[in-house]
Structures are given as structure tokens and as C-alpha cells.
Design a protein around this ligand. Sequence first.
Ligand code: SF4
Length: 144
Amino acid sequence: MTYAQWYRDFGDRHRAIVATLGHLSDEEVIAYFDYDNLRLRHPDFCPLYATGEKCHDTDDLNCYLCGCPHFRYCDTGWGEESAGTRYSRCAITARFEQTFTHEGSIHTDCSACPLPHTTGFIREHFDRDWGKIMEECEGCVPHT
Ligand code: SF4
């Protein structure tokens, strides 16, 4: 699956849930996306829900911004680096950002970064339209 395909698929599932929450305030929508609540109400939203695993080891895990607005991807690659072709990166070079390389492809690994799963971060970037929050993620523009 390409990054673009993942974003389209995930965005559809996110929109389908938010569409049912028109009666809730923004704060209540954020609370609805708390890992423990969402796992019970929408067990198919994330493959980890079935086993009770978490992508980040924290009690206060919120799934509203799975897919971080600071993530940048280019499915055709930005160009060659010494270890291969770079396909994703963190726009803010967060201190928890890691990188992994697979068969000549370089990707950003966000597994150690809790930032987009925190309530404060979600409040700061909140919009009921997930795609709007993520609109800068896709783009093969050269970076510095
Ligand atoms: S490293 Fe953190 S801030 Fe950067 S894209 Fe990944 S989750 Fe977002």
C-alpha cells in the first residue's frame, strides 16, 4: 500500500466516524477518539484494537490524529540519499523521529513519537475534517 492509498483509506474511515458525532462538541469528539473508547465502539478502525496493543506505550493515547500533520510523504521519492531513496520525513524534525531503511527505501519511523496522540496537540490542530488537517502531508515538493 502506498502512503497516498493509506491516507485515502484512513481518511474515509475517520470521516465516517466523525459524521456520526454531529451532536458532540469539539472537546467531546476528541474524547470520543480516546483509544479505550474507540477500540470498543469501532473495533475495525485500527488493526491493533483486536489484540489490545497500542502503537505508543502511554495511558493517554488518543487516535484522532493517527496520521500526523507533520508527516510528509512522496510516493515517487524525493531523490537519492546515500542509503537509498527517501519517501517520507518529519517536517519539524521532531526529536523522537527515527528512520528505517528497507531495500533501498528510506522512511521516517514515528513509533517513538507520542506527539500527535496527545490531547493538547490534537486541540491545537483540530478540525472535524481530518483531510484538512493532513492537507500538507502529501507532496513531492523539494525540501531543504
Ligand atoms: S516524528 Fe512525530 S512530529 Fe514528526 S511526523 Fe512523526 S509523529 Fe509527527
